[in-house]
Design a protein around this ligand. Sequence first.
Ligand SMILES: O=C[C@H](O)[C@H](O)COP(=O)(O)O
Ligand SMILES: C=C(OP(=O)(O)O)C(=O)O
Length: 365
Amino acid sequence: MTASLDHHSRADAARLDDQRTVSISPLVAPSVVRTEFAPDDVASATVRTGRGAAVDVLNGTDDRLLVVVGPCSVHDPVAAMDYARRLAAKADEVRDDLLVVMRVYFEKPRTTLGWKGLLNDPHLDGTFDINTGLRIGRKLLLDIAGLGLPTACEFLDPIIPQYIADLTTYGAIGARTAASQVHRQLSSALSMPVGIKNGTDGDVQVAVDGTRAAAASHVFPGTDLDGQAALIRTTGNPDCHVILRGGTDGPNYDAGTVADTNARLAKAGLPERVVIDASHGNSRKDHNKQVDVVTDVAARIEGGEEGIVGLMLESFLEAGRQNLTLGHSDELEYGKSITDACIDWATTEAQLDRLAAAVVNRRAR
Ligand SMILES: O=C[C@H](O)[C@H](O)COP(=O)(O)O
Ligand SMILES: C=C(OP(=O)(O)O)C(=O)O
C-alpha cells in the first residue's frame, strides 16, 4: 500500500502509525527453530502414534480413557523433565487402560495481567526473550517425545503453532478464546485432536459452536514456515471436542451437564463425547478438589455412564502454587506451579490408578 502513496501521503501515514509501538524486531522463522530441533524417529513415532491413539479414544474404537495431565504451566524445563520421566513410567504402567498425555503448557491466557508463559518470558524476568523461549519450548517437547510420552499444549497466539505443533499430540483452546474465530480457524488447521473449553462464565454452547466451526474448512491469513504472511486453507478438524471445565457459577462435571452437552453436540451433528477438566471452575481452583472430581467421574464411568472420553488434571511434583516475582526465579520452590495450584506427584499417581481401575471395571460390566 505504502509504495503507491506519494511523498506527502507517506509522511502522513508515518505520523498515523506506530503511536504506541515501542519497537518492532525480528522473530526467528519457524523453519529455523524446526531445523535446530528436528524430531528423530522416536519423537516422530511418539507424536504419530499418540495422535492416532487419541483419535481412536475420542471415537470410541479404543476403550481407554484419555488423560491429559501435567503442570498448569511449564516454567522450569528441568523440573518439567523430572516430571515427564515419572509420568512416562506411570503411563507405561497403566497403558492398557489409559492413554496418558502430558500437559506441556507454554502459553498462559491471563484474566488480566501476569506472567504469560515460557515462550513469552523464558527467563521469568520481564525481558520477553521470545526467540529463546521458542527454542527452549521446542527442545522440551522434543525431549519429552524422546521418552515416548505424548504432549498437549494450549494454543493461544496464532503464530506459535508453526514452531511447535508438529511435536504436539493434543491441542487445547482455552476458556478465554473458545469464542474466538481466529482460534476456531486455527483449530481447523491443526493436525491433532483439539479440545475446546466451555467459557469462563460456564457457557457450554460456545464450546459446542467452536467444535462445529473448527470441523469446517476455512481460509484465513497466517504465517508460513518461513515466517512470511500467508493465506492458509484448511480441511477442517473432525477431532475437535468439548472440554467441560466449570465456570464462575460452579462445577459442570455432573452427569446432567455431560448429557446436556452431548445432546447439544448431537443436535449440531457432532460426535457425542466430552473431556472433563478436573481443575479450573470444576475445582474452584482448589487443587485438592480435583481428587473429588476424579472420584466422582471414575465411579460414574465404571457405573456405565457414557459420553466421557477423557479427563484433564493439573499436577506437578509439589502440591499447590507459589507467586513469581519477576527477576527472582532463583527464589522459587522446585517443582511447584507458578500459575494455578496443582496436585502433587503422589496424588497424581493415585488418580491415574483410580481412573485405570474405572476402565477395568467398565470392561467387566
Ligand atoms: O490455567 C491457568 C489460569 O487459570 C489461566 O491462565 C488464568 O489465570 P489468571 O486468572 O491467574 O490470570
Ligand atoms: C488456561 C487454562 O484453562 P482455562 O482456559 O479453562 O481457564 C489451562 O488449562 O491452562
